[in-house]
Design a protein around this ligand. Structure first.
Ligand SMILES: [Zn+2]
Length: 461
């Protein structure tokens, strides 16, 4: 009797395990685990996860620990889950200019570059004049590529555009490489000749160590082909407290942007690495959370320097999936939908793996924002990887985007869990190696400036 009971209970257990491994089980990722990750990553303690802050390190350590506990391996060539790199920042200060025996007002001068100390006279730098009818923007763009010490006399009719450059230069510039020492000095003036000039200034150099976090689940038969799931773990930090020390909310928690995407990556990692679900990963799966997305896609820009883009079969970058899409809860949209056949493959898998064949993945309905180029997928897409971002947020009327109100309380974690399960199901034929999406058209990247970052700020999800 007892023995029969044991056999019966083993049979029930076996049936349960079989049920769990069936491809049409759509609930392998659970709300409890999603909620726990969200509460950690979006908590006030992490102070908005600003790149370069001590709090972002706490987030990175947490992500690395989850990758380790899931049983992932570090990326080949790294000895930990962190991929660290240096960001160089150059901040000009103390600029003074005397031109033709007259001191120029601080409002009419600007400096960009990387020389620590400047003490120039007429012979120290080349000179150019940008007259009334010249194109200021294209002249400066070309100087930015040449990288020579230059003094630029700008006709005062360009006052408005000059002021934009001056404000931009005052914020400094940043680079993933150490720049050779050089500088440009802009002077707004009606003088067109230099008889005498004295320029004195200094430029502070700062270096920050930033880290992406990467975990790999090696493929069983196609280990050199990678499917990447990614998100960005940085956000905007906190506002400075006002002088009255008042207790209003100052923290950009970034619950939706992009703790939600990171939570998806962590739960997908646990899902695929668990013994029940990982049996069909013929391809390797790489789980990546990027730093400094909000500062100009810096983490993913570094990531592509160190990797063979041709080895990446597809990238699903996950951004802001905490709120229901305009197509209904549990559905989501893809940036650059028409640029590859990845969405078609994902939707086919969803239809095949489910009794519910209705469309769950839609084309980005907010094309006017150019979102395809504004998140980390762009760094890989430029190299031809079918790399897209998945999101559900209604970007045209989201009042919490890049606000201190981007908190867990504004999100629907239940529908977010549905989306993560859907992404797992949609990716099945990429993971088992039976589908390979077409490459997308490569884009020649815009040249990095040698003095300043491009004037146009990147608006980044
Ligand atoms: Zn984002």
């Amino acid at each position: 009797m007892k023995k029969n009971y044991q056999i019966a209970s083993q049979l029930v257990l076996a049936l349960l395990l079989t049920a769990c491994s069936l491809p049409n089980d759509e609930r392998n990722i659970y709300l409890k685990s999603v909620t726990a990750d969200m509460q950690f990553l979006a908590s006030d303690d992490l102070k908005g996860r600003l790149a370069g802050s001590s709090e972002i390190t706490v987030a990175e350590n947490y992500i690395a620990k989850q990758f380790q506990q899931a049983g992932l391996q570090p990326l080949k060539g790294l000895n930990s889950y962190k991929q660290s790199f240096t960001l160089h920042r150059y901040l000009p200060n103390k600029l003074k200019v005397n031109l033709n025996q007259k001191n120029i007002h601080a409002e009419n001068i600007a400096l960009a570059g990387s020389i620590r100390t400047i003490s120039w006279n007429k012979e120290s730098a080349k000179h150019i004049v940008i007259g009334k009818n010249d194109d200021l923007r294209s002249s400066l763009k070309s100087l930015n590529q040449q990288g020579e010490n230059t003094i630029v006399l700008i006709d005062s009719t360009h006052q408005e555009m000059f002021a934009k450059y001056r404000n931009k230069f005052a914020n400094g510039s940043q680079s993933l490489d150490s720049r050779a020492p050089a500088a440009i000095v802009l002077i707004l003036t009606d003088e067109t000749e230099i008889n005498t000039i004295e320029v004195s200034a200094s430029i502070d150099h700062q270096q920050q160590t930033l880290s992406n976090v990467i975990g790999v689940l090696p493929g069983k038969s196609k280990a050199d082909e990678f499917v990447v799931f990614s998100a960005h773990h940085d956000h905007l930090g906190s506002q400075a407290a006002d002088i009255n020390g008042n207790s209003q909310d100052l923290i950009y928690n970034g619950a939706n942007d992009d703790a939600s995407g990171v939570t998806a990556v962590l739960n997908l990692a646990r899902y695929y690495a668990s013994p029940v679900n990982s049996s069909n990963n013929e391809r390797s799966i790489m789980f990546v959370t990027f730093t400094a997305e909000e500062s100009g896609l810096l983490g993913s820009s570094h990531f592509v320097n160190d990797i063979d883009a041709d080895s990446i079969t597809a990238m699903l970058n996950i951004e802001m999936i905490g709120k229901p899409s305009e197509f209904g809860a549990g559905t989501y949209w893809m940036t650059g939908y028409e640029r590859s056949n990845l969405a078609t493959i994902l939707q086919q898998n969803l239809s095949a793996n489910s009794n519910n064949a209705k469309q769950q993945i839609f084309a980005d309905p907010y094309k006017k924002y150019g979102l395809f180029y504004r998140s980390d997928n762009a760094s890989l897409a430029k190299l031809g990887v079918p790399a897209h971002s998945l999101s559900s947020t209604q970007m045209s009327n989201d009042h919490d985007y890049h606000q201190v109100s981007d908190e867990i309380a504004t999100l629907d974690l239940e529908q977010m869990t549905t989306i993560i399960n859907s992404i797992a199901s949609a990716s099945s034929s990429l993971i088992d190696g039976s589908d390979t999406p077409a490459r997308i058209e490569k884009i020649v990247p815009r040249a990095q400036g040698l003095f300043f970052n491009p004037l146009k700020f990147q608006y980044i999800l």
